[in-house]
Design a protein around this ligand. Structure first.
Ligand code: ATP
Length: 289
């Protein structure tokens, strides 16, 4: 028995870090939304009890370091599942890019195995299990658009944002999320207006949504990787409505309403950066598998 599950990437429209907690995690407050750029996960039930991960992408680990493996292992142990699974990951989301590719693969694996192994868990239960794997996994279980707080695992769904194009450009450099957080100095950074972003989205106000994009982690990554700032400048120069780095970077995205401008920015960036994508903002909750 086989099942195909879609694992969409996310972008952060607003990302603030409030403080470092005694448990070592950072308390965050952010608005996340899904975009139409997705990995495809094929799950095939095995007769033996093994968990096997396959991927053609050399940057994706095929052992217990893979977040999809960890998702399968956790479900198998917790619910005493005897059968195994082969997880085939068709990787379309760039790796270590600030787009939650690994977290989304883990979330898709949780959703898919819930069906394949007939576990009967609710999405809320899957999101709680996902939080044990990584802070972004809970959001990815639901998809859609949400205000995420705590260490990112406390999810409050909000309206679907006004529709637009999202153009993404990923510089060659990879970024370690842990290193970015380590270098973050909260004393002298500009904090984005996350509540304002939530209101703009709930009111379907595209102009305000564009005005209010902000990411406190830009202060660190832009310093470490000047090419990120260069891409931001290019996007602005080509006439984007809003420009921001996603997550800890290094991917930069911009929002545009009109097809003609999307085309101009996309073409302009392709001469400048090797990985460029133009996709629709999805923002709606994922359908049940
Ligand atoms: P986030 O936005 O949640 O910080 P990210 O998009 O920056 O995540 P990922 O693409 O998830 O980063 O990859 C980060 C690291 O996780 C990779 O370097 C890779 O070694 C490891 N990894 C584990 N599982 C996966 C997976 N299924 N897909 C991609 N990378 C994975």
């Amino acid at each position: 028995m086989k099942l195909m599950v879609k694992a969409p990437a996310k972008i952060n429209l607003s990302l603030d870090v409030l403080h470092k907690r005694p448990d070592g995690y950072h308390e965050v407050k952010m608005v996340m939304t899904t975009i139409d750029l997705a990995d495809r996960i094929e799950l095939a039930k095995r007769n033996d009890s093994k968990i096997i991960v396959q991927s053609q992408n050399r940057f994706v680990p095929d052992d217990q370091r893979n977040l999809a493996y960890q998702a399968a292992h956790l479900l198998k142990e917790r619910f005493n599942v005897s059968s195994g699974v082969t997880i085939n990951i068709e990787k379309n989301i760039p790796v270590a890019a600030g787009l939650a590719g690994g977290s989304s693969d883990a979330a898709a694996t949780l959703r898919g195995l819930n069906t394949l192994w007939e576990l009967g868990l609710s999405l809320d239960e899957l999101a709680d299990i996902g939080a044990e794997i990584g802070s972004d996994v809970s959001f990815c279980v639901y998809g859609g658009t949400a205000l995420a707080t705590g260490r990112g695992e406390v999810i409050e769904h909000i309206e679907t944002p006004p529709n637009c194009w999202v153009i993404l450009a990923k510089p060659e450099t990879g970024v370690s999320t842990a290193e970015v957080y380590r270098n973050l100095r909260l004393g002298n950074v500009e904090h984005p207006d996350v509540d304002g972003m939530v209101s703009a989205i709930n009111e379907q106000n595209y102009a305000d949504m564009c005005k209010l994009v902000g990411n406190v982690l830009e202060s660190v990554t832009l310093n470490m990787h000047p090419e990120v700032a260069l891409i931001k400048d290019q996007m602005k120069r080509f006439g984007a409505d809003a420009v921001l780095m996603s997550g800890s970077g290094p991917t930069v995205f911009c929002l545009v309403k009109y097809d003609s401008r999307m085309q101009r920015i996309y073409n302009g960036l392709r001469g400048f950066c090797s990985k460029v994508y133009a996709v629709r903002l999805l923002g709606e909750r994922l359908p049940l598998d």
